[in-house]
Design a protein around this ligand. Structure first.
Ligand code: 13P
Length: 257
């Protein structure tokens, strides 16, 4: 069964109190999620335990971190390891977000190391890919995304790939209000799925959850989720507001399987 996911990426926003209020508001909305729908809340590291405590009795609600270290443990001041995340019952971790690639110089090689460690410690990975505006303008976005996948998740084994959710996040759409059109999103999602099919076979590809990210809002979520290969969203700005994120969860619930 292919899962559909609404994932919140809070990035570096909110205090603990604000974050708890936000989660409580989402829970209070009491949207009924069927077996194939999930909500993942990716908080800053210090809030993961509190978030887990609030979500643990709510089926279909999961916590996620926004990064993890590329080394197992040791003298890496300031880093947070995959094992630490596992020890506070974190379910998911975002790896390869464009902000980390851009501001922290994370390369595909490093991202693969992080991905392998995350999986070793039982975390599911939301692996991000997506092109900058110049590449889109040159119409080379598929090639660009393919390289991001070939050097990372495409090297995994068939067993490992089951723990990966791919998020296509065109950089020009992140935080800009310029959402990709449903056609643009669908085109790249179908391309990603066909790439996964070539590498891992049709069964794996048809089970894979592929999220869209980049200015997903309540008023464009329905048309994005209606696309055959768009299985939900990784939401930044709109995930910080109870009403907006709840509306996006509702659109996910209403979208057909
Ligand atoms: P926005 O929804 O704010 O554009 O952010 C998208 C994103 O980067 C999610 O990871």
């Amino acid at each position: 069964m292919r899962k559909k996911i609404a994932a919140a990426n809070w990035k570096m926003n909110l205090t603990l109190e604000q974050g708890e209020k936000l989660i409580q508001g989402i829970l209070d909305a009491d949207v009924k999620l069927e077996d194939d729908r999930e909500v993942v809340v990716c908080t800053p590291f210090p809030y993961l335990m509190a978030a887990k405590e609030m979500l643990k009795d709510h089926a279909h609600f999961f916590t996620g971190a926004q990064n993890c270290a590329s080394e197992k443990s040791g003298a890496y001041t300031g880093e947070v390891s995959a094992e630490m995340l596992q020890s506070v019952q974190t379910d998911f971790v975002i790896i390869g977000h464009s902000e980390r690639r851009q501001y922290f110089n994370e390369t595909n090689e490093l991202l693969l190391k992080k991905t392998l460690l995350a999986m070793e410690y039982g975390l599911k990975v939301i692996f991000c890919c997506g092109e900058p505006l110049e590449i889109r303008k040159e119409n080379k976005h598929e090639e660009y995304v393919q390289k991001q996948l070939v050097e990372t998740v495409a090297t995994l084994s068939a067993d490992q790939i089951e723990n990966i959710v791919i998020a296509y996040e065109p950089i020009w759409a992140i935080g800009t209000g310029h959402t990709a059109t449903p056609q643009q999103a669908q085109e790249v999602h179908a391309f990603i799925r066909s790439h996964i099919a070539k590498r891992f076979g049709n069964d794996v590809a048809s089970q894979m959850t592929i999220l869209y990210g980049g200015s997903c809002k309540p008023d464009n979520a329905a048309e994005l989720f209606a696309c055959e290969d768009v299985d939900g969203a990784l939401v930044g700005g709109a995930s910080l507001k109870v009403n907006d994120f709840t509306a996006i969860i509702r659109e996910l619930v209403n979208s057909k399987s």
